[in-house]
Ligand binder design. Structure first.
Ligand SMILES: Cc1cc2nc3c(=O)[nH]c(=O)nc-3n(C[C@H](O)[C@H](O)[C@H](O)COP(=O)(O)OP(=O)(O)OC[C@H]3O[C@@H](n4cnc5c(N)ncnc54)[C@H](O)[C@@H]3O)c2cc1C
Length: 392
């Protein structure tokens, strides 16, 4: 059997792998092979996502990744000839404590200093004027960014992959990567290929884009990656007209409950603190009652929100200890690159990730963010963890 050869093999055909394939092929690297074990793309986290995109983060690197990604989504159809579904309805953070306001203000100042012009602080009265349907007795103020919003993750993913295919990339579906071949030359460990259920592939460059399964893939190269799966549930409502469908994503900072319009209804989300790491993606019907209590506490009209638990779903976040992605080459395994651990931000940061990983593979440097080294895997060994507190 002839061994297949690729310049770059990307393990995982979700939105991150697809964006990397598009960015690589757009930069002239044509022989790119994306390997996906499912029969269709999107069966990992990408197809389960809420599709929120925001630049309202607290750390410079996350803000800068959004400053690349959101305009990219806005221009997606023009650039790729395929819709991303971007809707600039904004994200509204609603503060109910002075500490929330101080936190939003310091984030706002950092976001502004990095060039985000569309974010502003709001007085309580402005929030109430914007959305009089909110229970407002405890609202102290908030922040709003008009270019934050939502995308259609499935459409963006398929757009990236379709165009990457036209530019030379190949997608293998129903193919499991089962190993990474490493050779040792002059004491240096180097990638020489991957083992798959379709046979071996020879390559010098492998990108781990395996989402919540990234730690399993990293182990093929002898790397212990601190990426853990965490179940995340979403509850869509039935059609509901007593709240504006032009609403932004609204985040109630008193408890983390957030929601956005979706179709003729609303999509409800909450980070249940009782959730522990596992690959469980069963939806727990008891979650419906928990989230409806939170929903009605912030939007009294949501008392009448109808929900069909059969339409609710669960997927996996891919958590790292500091809630930041792990991006770039791995010291000690030449040719092995990571694009992992987005901690629930992988859709919004997929465009920047594609550009950064492509830049690092082809040029060894990137200008998308000021200092990409802060996201390197070596931060865990060095104890140089980042801290993102704006996690939803
Ligand atoms: C309920 C929910 C809501 C979310 N909301 C948001 C949001 O609002 N905004 C946002 O930005 N993000 C959100 N996220 C997170 C976002 O969905 C993920 O960060 C993103 O989809 C990660 O993309 P990915 O391509 O890395 O992973 P995936 O889409 O999971 O793709 C990884 C792929 O790798 C494949 N794979 C794994 N191992 C192998 C192997 N050995 N061989 C071959 N293939 C393999 C898998 O089958 C999978 O298709 C949400 C996630 C969930 C679950």
């Amino acid at each position: 059997m002839n061994t297949h050869t690729a310049d770059v093999v990307i393990i995982g055909g979700g939105i991150v792998g697809s964006s990397i394939a598009w960015h690589l092929t757009s930069a002239g690297c044509k022989n790119v092979l994306v390997i996906e074990r499912e029969s269709a793309q999107g069966k990992g986290s990408t197809g389960k996502s809420m599709g929120g995109v925001r630049a309202q983060f607290s750390t410079p690197v996350n803000i800068q990744m959004s400053l690349y990604s959101i305009p990219f989504y806005a221009a997606f159809e023009k650039t790729l000839g395929h819709p991303s579904g971007y809707r600039d309805q904004g994200y509204l953070f609603v503060a109910t404590k002075d500490s929330h306001l101080a936190y939003l203000r310091s984030n706002f100042e950092r976001q502004r200093s990095l060039g985000l012009k569309t974010v502003r602080m709001l007085e309580a009265a402005e929030i109430i004027g914007m959305l009089p349907q909110l229970r407002s007795d405890d609202i102290l103020g908030g922040s709003f960014c008009s270019t934050d919003g939502f995308v259609d993750p499935y459409s963006a993913m398929t757009g990236f992959m379709a165009r990457a295919g036209e530019q030379g990339a190949t997608l293998w579906k129903k193919t499991d990567v089962t190993g990474i071949a490493i050779e040792t030359v002059a004491g240096q460990r180097k990638v020489s290929g991957v083992e798959t259920s379709r046979g071996p592939v020879a390559t010098r460059v492998v990108v781990n884009a395996a989402g919540a399964w990234a730690a399993q893939v990293a182990r093929f190269a002898g790397v212990e990656l601190p990426v853990e799966p965490l179940r995340r549930m979403l509850v869509p409502s039935e059609p509901f007209d007593d709240f504006p469908h032009s609403s932004p994503m609204v985040i109630d900072m008193s408890n983390g409950f957030h929601f956005r319009p979706e179709g003729r209804g609303f999509l409800l989300a909450w980070n249940d603190p009782e959730e522990t790491s596992s690959y469980n993606t069963d939806f727990d019907p008891a979650f419906v009652e928990k989230i409806l209590i939170l929903a009605a506490a912030r939007v009294p009209a949501f008392e009448n929100l109808a929900v069909n638990p059969k339409r609710a779903w669960a997927g996996l976040y891919e958590m790292t200890p500091d809630h930041h992605a792990i991006l770039g080459p791995v010291d000690g395994v030449e040719g092995f690159y990571l694009a992992n651990g987005f901690s629930g931000h992988g859709v919004m940061h997929a465009p920047a990730t594609g550009k950064i990983v492509s830049d690092l593979i082809l040029r060894g440097k990137t200008t998308v963010v000021n200092d990409i080294s802060v996201l390197n895997f070596d931060r865990f060994a060095k104890g140089a963890l980042l801290h993102e507190t704006a996690v939803l």
